[in-house]
Design a protein around this ligand. Structure first.
Ligand code: C2E
Ligand code: CA
Ligand code: CA
Ligand code: CA
Length: 279
């Protein structure tokens, strides 16, 4: 420790220093990335029980000129802490709505729904509803085609405010999916009070359901509950034919995962659609 000035004592730890510098550098790089439009969206198909593509999830990627393609797990957490998730999230919303508008004009894609991830900090902004409404209006997005994926903890932060925002957006035709469902603490009674259209079964249950029967029971319970409550349900992280069959037999109507397609750039997604048996 060094003594600086009269009373301040500070510690110098080179390892800690390196971590802090790397974070600062990334923050600077992220700001630049926003300015220079280095982000893009990848699209992963969502299919019905016959394998027809009915929608997609938009997943952000950072095309860094020096480090190459960076997955969201490597920069979203820092973007959240630094508050940069707000402008990044708004970019994602607008890019997704532009894509929906472009899809409207093609027979192949006109009925696709597009799901967009929303982070807590973004959702809790005072002008969140306004930002979404603007993106929808600017791009003339058809009712029911934009779906926002929210997590349970985001909603639980402030249930009343969340419901108010969801209702305001619901009036404009926005749909809501609860992401990573099953990992939190949802109770049945409170689920019915939320204006939700879809539950998304977390991939951890799907990956383990054929090995550990407790996971199969959880998956079965979520599907049964959703079907009874008339909330749509989708299983994510479906990687094998066996998982697909198992979920289908439990009455799961919608699926997403590597078995049907990995997240890919827009051109590739659209090309795959045109060559799939029935989109
Ligand atoms: P998530 O919303 O739970 O997205 C699902 C993640 O699982 C994606 O990772 C996807 O590529 C991956 N995945 C899909 N199918 C399979 C599968 O069959 N097996 C396995 N092992 N993985 C599969 P990705 O694209 O790296 O995204 C990671 C997380 O980053 C997302 O988790 C989401 O929380 C966040 N994220 C992505 N895009 C955005 C965004 O635009 N805004 C915000 N706020 N967060 C985003
Ligand atoms: Ca998601
Ligand atoms: Ca998820
Ligand atoms: Ca997740």
């Amino acid at each position: 420790a060094k003594r600086s000035g009269r009373n301040t004592l500070y510690f110098y730890d080179p390892a800690m220093q390196a971590v802090l510098e790397a974070r600062l550098q990334m923050e600077t790089d992220l700001r630049l990335a926003l300015e220079e439009k280095q982000f893009c969206l990848y699209y992963q198909p969502q299919v019905d029980n016959e394998g027809n593509v009915v929608g997609a999830e938009a997943l952000i990627r950072w095309m860094c000129p020096t480090k190459g393609l960076i997955p969201p797990g490597d920069f979203i957490p820092l973007a959240e802490e630094a508050g940069l998730i707000v402008p990044i999230g708004n970019w994602v919303l607008n890019a997704a709505c532009r894509k929906l508008k472009a899809w409207e004009n093609s027979a192949l894609t006109s009925r696709l729904q597009l799901a967009v991830n929303v982070s807590a900090r973004q959702f809790h902004q005072d002008d969140f509803v306004r930002q979404v409404l603007d993106a929808i209006a600017t791009n003339n997005v058809r009712r029911g085609s934009l779906k926002l994926e929210l997590t349970e903890s985001l909603i639980l932060d402030n249930v009343d405010s969340a419901v108010e925002k969801m209702n305001a957006l619901g009036d404009a035709g926005v749909r809501f999916s609860m992401d990573d469902f099953g990992t939190g603490y949802s109770s049945l009674s409170y689920l019915t009070q939320l204006p939700l259209h879809q539950l998304k079964i977390d991939q951890s249950f799907v990956h383990k359901m054929l090995d550990r029967s407790v996971n199969a029971v959880i998956v079965q319970t979520i599907i049964g509950m959703a079907n009874n409550l008339e909330i749509e349900v989708i299983a994510e992280g479906v990687e094998t034919m066996e998982q697909f069959r198992f979920l289908k037999d439990l009455g799961c109507p919608l699926f997403q995962g590597y078995h049907f397609g990995k997240p890919v750039p827009e051109k590739e997604f659209e090309k795959a659609l045109s060559s799939s048996p029935r989109a």
